[in-house]
Design a protein. Structure first.
Ligand SMILES: Cc1cc2nc3c(=O)[nH]c(=O)nc-3n(C[C@H](O)[C@H](O)[C@H](O)COP(=O)(O)OP(=O)(O)OC[C@H]3O[C@@H](n4cnc5c(N)ncnc54)[C@H](O)[C@@H]3O)c2cc1C
Length: 306
């Protein structure tokens, strides 16, 4: 790469948000660079992405390969398998984008589509093997694959635990809540859940017993064994290191841990846009991310058109 290759937009991240934006910007005849970290993506454990019409059940790798085949057909968007290390303001306008291979690009605008990092619980044996199969973060993504099984909702607080009685009947008639010891209003929550045919188990989960990722028993630190075939477990999330760095260096604003954007996906930093999971906790998903990527592309075109 020319040390100061010039782009209309550098897109950081090549998931559904970034690649949808790349396709739209290509069709608007913008020159875009998609920088995609070579590390495996967040949904690497997925055996098939669900809910994307026309791509139902395709693996994450197949979705990305298909997107690049489409982009390559236009021959305008450039791809680099490299991590973006930093984004700084350039004198005279635009941004300098520092890439992990030592190159620097100049871009009029930057679109962050870096997703989020799931912070998996430390020390729970069997979690990694079951994650994305029978330990699921979202019923909309993987409820179908786990239908008619016994479910445990790993809950953080009484309101969350109460959902065990009502929220997941479409997939399972047997859903209990599992909460860490000391959860507030535990006795009251247990009574309410039992009255609704559910239950609350309190304990610290230490081991998931499974056969090749097919969960059958949850073991607590006191040795209690709870027979469950599926856990609905949404671990905490954090931003990727680049985004955390930009909060300090560019003053990129977060809202409750997620990148704050307007309806046009513009962040608090003029010219810096964000789309996809990094902007939202409860509206994540491949299609939502793709939609936000498309919105960002339209906004970039109209606000910074060529
Ligand atoms: C196990 C699992 C199964 C799922 N199943 C489904 C499903 O069936 N249906 C569904 O709709 N959703 C599903 N999801 C959620 C879905 O994968 C995400 O909502 C979606 O991928 C978000 O898209 P995104 O483009 O915002 O981010 P991502 O897809 O996470 O892409 C972000 C990309 O940015 C890259 N990146 C990060 N930092 C940098 C950097 N500094 N430089 C360059 N690149 C960087 C990352 O490596 C990553 O490839 C699943 C998630 C998980 C964890």
């Amino acid at each position: 790469m020319d040390p100061l290759a010039q782009y209309d937009t550098v897109i950081v991240g090549g998931g559904p948000a970034g690649l949808t934006a790349a396709l739209a910007l290509t069709r608007y005849r913008h020159r875009a660079l998609v920088a995609e970290s070579p590390a495996p993506p967040r949904n690497r454990a997925s055996r098939g992405v669900h809910g994307m019409i026309g791509l139902e059940g395709a693996t994450p790798a197949q979705v990305r390969a298909r997107a690049w085949a489409e982009l390559d057909g236009y021959g305008l968007a450039e791809r680099r398998d490299v991590t973006v290390e930093d984004v700084t303001r350039a004198e005279g306008g635009g941004f300098h984008v520092s890439l992990g291979d030592g190159a620097t690009a100049w871009s009029r605008t930057v679109l962050l589509t870096t997703g989020v990092i799931d912070v998996h619980p430390a020390g729970v044996e069997g979690f990694a093997e079951c994650w994305g199969r029978t330990v699921i973060h979202c019923p909309f993504c993987l409820g179908w694959e786990n239908a008619e099984r016994t479910w445990g909702l790993v809950a953080d607080d009484p309101e969350h635990a109460a959902m065990a009685a009502a929220g997941f009947g479409a997939w399972s008639a047997d859903v209990i809540a599992i909460a860490a010891p000391g959860m507030a209003r535990a006795a009251e929550t247990r009574r309410t859940l039992r009255a609704a045919g559910s239950d609350l188990v309190e304990g610290e989960i230490v081991r998931l017993h499974h056969r090749d990722g097919d969960l059958h028993t949850v073991e607590m630190s006191d040795g209690t064994l709870v027979e469950r075939q599926t856990l609905l477990w949404s671990p905490p999330q954090r931003q990727v290191p680049l985004v955390t760095r930009l909060t300090r260096s560019l003053g990129l604003a977060l809202d409750d841990g997620f990148v704050a954007v307007g309806t046009d996906q513009q962040t608090s930093v003029p010219g810096l846009y964000a789309a996809g999971d990094l902007t939202t906790r409860w509206e994540q998903g491949a299609v939502n991310a793709a939609g936000a990527g498309a919105t960002a592309a339209d906004a970039l075109h109209f606000a910074h058109g060529r």
